[in-house]
Design a protein around this ligand. Sequence first.
Ligand code: ADP
Length: 370
Amino acid sequence: MPKKNKEKKPLTEEQVKRRNYVQDVRRSTLRFGLLLFVYNIIATAVVILISAAIVFGAGLEFSGWTGFIFLIIALVVDMIISFTLTSVLMYRSNSDIERIKQALNQMMEGDYNVDLKIKTRARPFQEIAGMINELAKELDSVSILKRDFTKNFSHEFKTPIASIKGYTELLLEDKHLTDEERNKYYAIIVEQTEFLSNLANSTLLLSNLESSNIVIDKVDLYIDEQIEEIALLSYSEVETKNIEVDIDLDHWVVNASKDLFQDLWMNLINNAIKYTKVDGHIKIRDEEDESEIRVSILDDGVGISEEALPHIFETYYQERQPGSNKGIGLGLSICKQICDAFGWSIEAKSKKGMGSTFTVHIPKNSATEY
Ligand code: ADP
């Protein structure tokens, strides 16, 4: 019968990790056993040497009853020493297990301020302690984020609601308002209502993106055409500020969700307009290398300070500067989440007073030239 040539399947990364872990556990168990064995041998040797020294020192013969009694004493002493050594080692690992249990209990009660230190040097123990410390740190930052999110969220909602309430009461109660004043207050109410509606929509979108609770209906989108269309939507603001918008893009088509794609560029272009002064300039360009296409939105506006730059993609983060009063601090975190959802990435470069550049990196495998 012909022999089947069975090819060995290469192990997956997960299988290699598991195999290494099992080998590690085996090795450290063996090391622990060896350690105990060596301790016992040393203890036995010490007891025999001391007994021999006592016997010969006393000028006694190591034979007959004397030899037998010494042998018994030596064995008992050896057993006591071995028992003590084993107990010390067991005590150490038991108290470490107790520490691990306490740390896990603390975390289960919602207190993530854990810094677990254990005495056993065996690698699996040290690894477990490291993992628990890491998990505590991770959960701590998530709980801080959650707390901040709720705090910011209610704050962002409270301010416009208070303003709508105030102006509506004024309109209802003050019978002596001029038409001009009335119109001004109505305009503020409409503006604040729009702000609230934006805030609700953005928060919902962000929360759906964060929990991957969003159906991404992908279609083929022509990057240049889409971006030009989106830029046109902001025409009136561009006109008011007399900003020059210059778009020069190659013809790329990507497979992405139309709505999310629109949100991404709209946020970036609106920010560029918002944070660019009168008579400013905005450029939209692309470049490519063998692995990716980079679409950049460059402006010569107010720029971002060195301290603020690392935080601008965080939820609700805003740097107080001209233009930021019109924002809610969610646009860039939405952009980041959208890029993550498509497997793209986004980065910002900026200098205070010198303008900003936001670049979206699109891997070549999700785009084709047309
Ligand atoms: P906002 O609604 O406040 O604009 P974003 O999340 O869109 O919120 O942006 C976060 C912060 O990043 C803004 O408050 C602003 O300080 C800064 N920022 C974003 N885009 C620009 C830009 N093009 N020029 C200068 N600053 C910017």
